[in-house]
Design a protein. Structure first.
Ligand code: FES
Length: 336
């Protein structure tokens, strides 16, 4: 007889990326503004279909090479850390504990809808730790998806530690939102030419000096390259002297420079046709929006402060996953 954990795993596994997108769309209105884009970005950073393709591959190393996967693309390597850019990350220990208990519970859930189950767990945690539920819904959805990708044993075994300092953790959501929109003025980057308009691009909201200046009309990767600090040691994809955003081609051809736009979306340029098609081709996002949550930094300009998130990996897998899905549909059809 199946236990409750495996029944819940089977239920979770009935959700693919499209169903997850529908779940997040349902939840978005009840996710606090501070985490609305962050939750959508996180979902794009960790696509389920890619994990499934790797799990089903006869020769996984060959597939990794074929899809040009670089960096940390597996959630199992970063169960506690992948969501560091969500405000709700600070409540991770409580959320992880509640999601684990929910997954292992023998009690029947109140609803058979995943969105409703996520909301119920978020509400229960909110009541327990006395925090507004809107701050917990995004991180609870992330916890459910993480559980689906890594399995209950790995999920439960993760320490639950958070990856932000006490100072960052003490900020209110309003403070975070204010800082995202804040233009520090020309004096902030006093070493730059005073006559040129420049903007602050933040690439890690949890680290005080994780920002670089961007001159009007420059692309994000050009601005990032003015930051000569060492990023290669933390992320080997970063080229020494080229700043915190990994780059290769600088022409929308390789997919290395994808980023999430966390704040200041009104300040970034619209997606031109080339970038729009490439984002889909790489597999990062399938959206008709011209100001989507995922951008190629080498194609994106800004006219104001922007806060970005740099994913810890990159690849080119959109076409492969599409063909893989079509092939699976054909074989399923052939079996009927
Ligand atoms: S650096 Fe290659 S796509 Fe941007």
């Amino acid at each position: 007889m199946e236990n409750s954990g495996s029944l819940f795993a089977a239920f979770l596994n009935s959700h693919d990326d499209e169903k997850w997108q529908a779940v997040i769309d349902t939840l978005l209105p009840v996710i606090h503004e501070v985490d609305r884009r962050a939750t959508q970005i996180w979902l794009s950073f960790y696509p389920l279909a890619l994990l499934r393709a790797l799990q089903e591959a006869d020769d996984v190393l060959a597939l990794i090479q074929k899809l040009r996967l670089k960096g940390s693309y597996l959630l199992v390597e970063q169960i506690d850390a992948s969501h560091h850019f969500l405000y709700g990350h600070r409540y991770w220990a409580a959320v992880k504990e509640a999601v684990t208990a929910f997954a292992l519970s023998a009690a029947a859930p109140k609803s058979l809808e995943l969105a409703a189950q996520i909301q119920d767990v978020a509400d229960a945690v909110a009541k327990k730790i006395q925090v507004d539920a809107t701050l917990l819904t995004g991180i609870t959805a992330v916890a459910f998806m993480t559980l689906q990708q890594v399995g209950i044993e790995e999920f439960q075994a993760a320490s639950g530690e958070i990856h932000i300092s006490k100072k960052v953790a003490s900020k209110t959501p309003e403070q975070v939102l204010r800082q995202r929109a804040h233009d520090p003025g020309q004096g902030f980057f006093g070493f730059l030419h005073a006559n040129l308009k420049h903007y602050k691009i933040t690439f890690n909201e949890n680290v005080e000096d994780a920002c670089f200046p961007l001159i009007s009309t420059q692309h994000l990767t050009t601005g990032a390259a003015t930051d000569k600090r060492d990023y290669h040691t933390q992320d080997p994809r970063c080229i020494v002297g080229e700043g915190p955003i990994p780059v290769e081609c600088r022409s929308a051809a390789c997919g290395t420079c994808w980023v999430g736009i966390l704040g200041g979306n009104a300040n970034v340029s619209r997606v031109a046709d080339l970038e729009y098609h490439r984002i889909k081709e790489f597999g990062y996002l399938d959206s008709e929006e011209r100001k989507p949550v995922i951008r190629l930094a080498c194609m994106t300009q800004a006219e104001g402060p922007v806060s970005i998130v740099i994913p810890p990996w990159n690849g080119v897998f959109g076409k492969y996953l599409r063909l893989h899905k079509e092939q699976q549909a054909r074989s399923a059809y052939g079996k009927d």
